[in-house]
Design a binder for this molecule. Structure first.
Ligand code: BDP
Length: 720
């Protein structure tokens, strides 16, 4: 071959290696570039052994093969005599195990999913053992060990025992059987129902690998706005095929149960939960499901909310509905996750109060295998909400949180919004239910309120896009969700750093700016340019994309924006104190104290709890109007800083991902300006005050922003 051809071929290969579509997520296993780290690893990792036979052990062997081949410069052979290996993955009951007895005792008390990773001296050399009480524990340990390598930590003195703080760590897919995804912004559903069960897409395995690597152990395959058809034999065959793929990765499958299924697919005249025929129908249906999927997890149910059928259609309450399904699932060990996201436009009550009002009187009436699934805040996944009063409000019922990983209200998949700070804000909130320090996290993990099962749900942001989540940084939200479900004590910064190291590089000059100038401030930036100071629900109608503070005159008041911001010539905000809707009374008196007076209420919740005059003096000494404007402008500035930071990293990031994120940041800046201008101009029609001096003036007038329409924005509910 001519020299010039060699050069071209070489360049082509380089380009190919450097091009990166993000498909590999955080499981990239790129060659470790730091020679000292690589040498240190090679000195210990001479061979690895994974004795035993099971599909899960096969997963571990495959993962190690894939990882070691590319992480290290030299191959790590599989040891034919496992006990001779310098990396041994072995069950805690195996006699060949030789680890510190104290650590082993700790592991043995830590449950089925726990693991122990330790380094021991063996003769002159070191040896690493990963041990657990089950194969799934070994898998989690294996992934943790790979994370240690990927993030370039030392391996010569490991002594880690890790166990999840939460039992069920579950993704909720709002995916429909036709592959559309409600509030999905990353392409079509990854579940290709039409081709199942015969075609098993490689993505199903990669999805399961990714989940297992961060400890996610359950998935709901279908939308909460449920289709009963998924419970028919034709679809159960397909569900079984997916469950079979996911099982070796420790992932259980759940389905959404449409409450009216006995009528729609069962031919019954009613779905009344107290009707014996209905109860029998569900019992038989559940038995049939377990014939297909012996380790089926259970049902997630949205009932009597936003038009979904439920027990109230038959004058029964939520407990009667949930318990009927729980009784059918109980013999098989299945769970009911019954959602508390209920509100009714016929009830003239503040929408944020309705869930508590419905569920509080039922506390203690639910079966032990029912868990009430509560959104992080009392309204609906807004960029910022206070924690839901049902956390700490229910003390005799299992309660789990539901977070939204998909960014329905945070700019869809084109906005960079790292959500760990949002999740943490809720988890770290103090409910005071059992004294100071009764955080939401400690309520849901059973530390301060006794429960018999704990769970943690997130609405997935995953789709068929090549990079899974639309935005490359959306991957960080999937990652953070899994890591926090395992250990809610982790900090947002620590999780971000881990993710950046695994996803981009271990170079300090890249980690720091991405973590501290982009990821950590990003969620606050979104709050600032969309809904600062406690504003909420002022987005465009139905599609929820773009600003719509003017939305009024819709079929239901609580689907308008004016219902929530209540702006008029005198002021703005929703009074939820005792002078208003008194939603505040649903919280513990210690929490009420923080928010009750406008003078003390932190700025971030000011207009959530108070209706205040435009010239109200805020903590900064500025008027409410000026402070609100400054927040809107700060949000845009923060996006500009994010863009600039990213552009400064051009040389350090592969071209494909660099350009993709760069384009999206440009869109984000444009849309942040759109939000800012539209909201400031709209609220100005009431305040009649000037935009503070020195700030750039909106380019267009309010009418321009009001006329923009987005009929084809993704993720819309088809029937709305
Ligand atoms: C709302 C979404 C809607 C969901 C609903 C829910 O707009 O599509 O069905 O939440 O959680 O935020 O049930």
């Amino acid at each position: 071959m001519k020299r010039s051809w060699l050069v071209i071929t070489f360049l082509f290969c380089c380009f190919h290696i450097n091009a990166d579509n993000g498909y590999r997520l955080w499981l990239r296993y790129d060659r470790i570039t730091d020679a000292a780290t690589r040498n240190a690893y090679q000195a210990i990792l001479k061979s690895y052994g994974v004795p035993g036979n099971s599909p899960t052990l096969d997963v571990i062997r495959n993962e190690f093969k894939l990882a070691f081949a590319s992480l290290l410069a030299q191959p790590v052979p599989y040891a034919s005599v496992p006990e001779n290996a310098t990396l041994l993955i072995i069950r805690a009951t195996d006699e060949r195990l030789a680890v510190d007895r104290n650590l082993l005792q700790q592991l043995k008390k830590s449950g089925n999913e726990a693991y122990l990773i330790s380094t021991a001296q063996s003769g002159k050399s070191k040896r690493i053992m990963i041990t657990a009480n089950s194969d799934i524990g070994l898998l989690y340990g294996a992934f943790h060990f790979l994370r240690i390598l990927q993030t370039n930590q030392r391996i010569d003195q490991l002594a880690i025992v890790s166990a999840p703080k939460i039992n069920i760590r579950i993704l909720n897919h709002w995916d429909n059987l036709d592959r559309t995804v409600e509030r999905g912004y990353a392409g079509a559903s990854i579940f290709d129902w039409h081709k199942l069960p015969d075609h098993i897409d490689k993505r199903y395995h990669d999805y399961a690998r990714a989940n297992a690597s961060i400890g996610i152990n359950a998935t709901v395959l279908t939308n909460v706005n449920a289709n009963a058809r998924v419970l028919t034999p034709m679809y159960l065959e397909k569900v079984k095929a997916l469950a079979d793929v996911f099982r070796p990765y420790g992932i259980k499958v759940y389905l959404t149960a449409r409450f009216s299924a006995p009528i729609e697919i069962g031919g019954l005249a009613t779905a009344d939960p107290l009707n014996a025929e209905v109860q029998n129908w569900w019992k038989n249906k559940v038995k049939e499901i377990y014939d297909y999927v012996p380790d089926f997890g259970g049902f997630v149910v949205k009932a009597n909310s936003e038009g979904q059928p439920g027990p109230q259609n038959y004058s029964r309450n939520h407990a009667e509905g949930a318990n009927m399904l729980a009784d059918a699932l109980q013999p098989f060990g299945g769970m009911v996750m019954w959602r508390a996201f209920v509100y009714d436009n016929k009830v003239p009550e503040d929408r944020t109060k309705q869930a508590y009002n419905e569920f509080k009187p039922l506390d203690g009436q639910f079966r032990p295998n029912v868990i009430i699934q509560v959104k992080n805040g009392p309204l609906d996944f807004q960029p910022r909400e206070p924690f839901h009063p049902l956390f700490g409000g229910l003390t005799k019922t299992n309660v789990m949180p539901e977070f939204q990983i998909t960014q329905e209200y945070l700019g869809f998949s084109t906005h960079l919004a790292y959500l760990a700070p949002l999740f943490k804000e809720c988890l770290d909130s103090d409910t005071h239910v059992n004294g100071k320090g009764s955080t939401v996290a400690r309520v849901i993990d059973g530390t301060v309120v006794k429960n018999n099962v704990s769970a943690f749900a997130g609405v997935a942001n995953i789709g068929s896009d090549m990079n899974w989540t639309g935005h490359h940084f959306g991957q960080a939200n999937w990652y953070a969700f899994g890591r926090l479900a395992w250990d809610h004590d982790l900090s947002s910064e620590a999780i971000a750093e881990e993710w950046v190291r695994m996803t981009f590089s271990n170079e300090a000059s890249l980690i720091k700016p991405i973590v501290s100038q982009m990821m950590i401030p990003s969620r606050e930036a979104v709050v600032n340019y969309m809904t600062p100071m406690g504003l909420h629900h002022i987005m465009g109608y139905n599609h929820h994309y773009g600003p719509g503070p003017w939305v009024a005159d819709k079929p239901r008041q609580d689907w308008t924006s004016v219902y929530y911001h209540r702006a008029d010539s005198l002021g703005v905000g929703f009074d939820r104190t005792e002078n208003g809707s008194n939603a505040l009374e649903q919280y513990h008196p210690e929490v009420q104290k923080i928010y009750a007076s406008a003078a003390q209420c932190p700025d971030q919740y000011l207009l959530w709890f108070h209706h205040l005059p435009w010239d109200f003096k805020t903590k900064s000494g500025k008027t409410l109007w000026d402070e609100m404007c400054l927040h809107y402008y700060r949000g845009v500035e923060q996006v500009r800083i994010m863009r600039k930071t990213w552009q400064g990293l051009k040389e350090k990031i592969d071209e494909e991902r660099f350009t993709h994120v760069d384009n999206f940041l440009r869109i984000q800046e444009k849309e942040a300006i759109l939000w800012r201008n539209a909201c400031v101009l709209y609220f100005q029609t009431f305040s009649k005050m000037e935009i503070p001096a020195g700030l750039e003036q909106p380019e267009k007038d309010l009418a321009y922003y009001q006329k923009l329409s987005f009929p084809y924005a993704p993720g819309i509910r088809p029937e709305w």
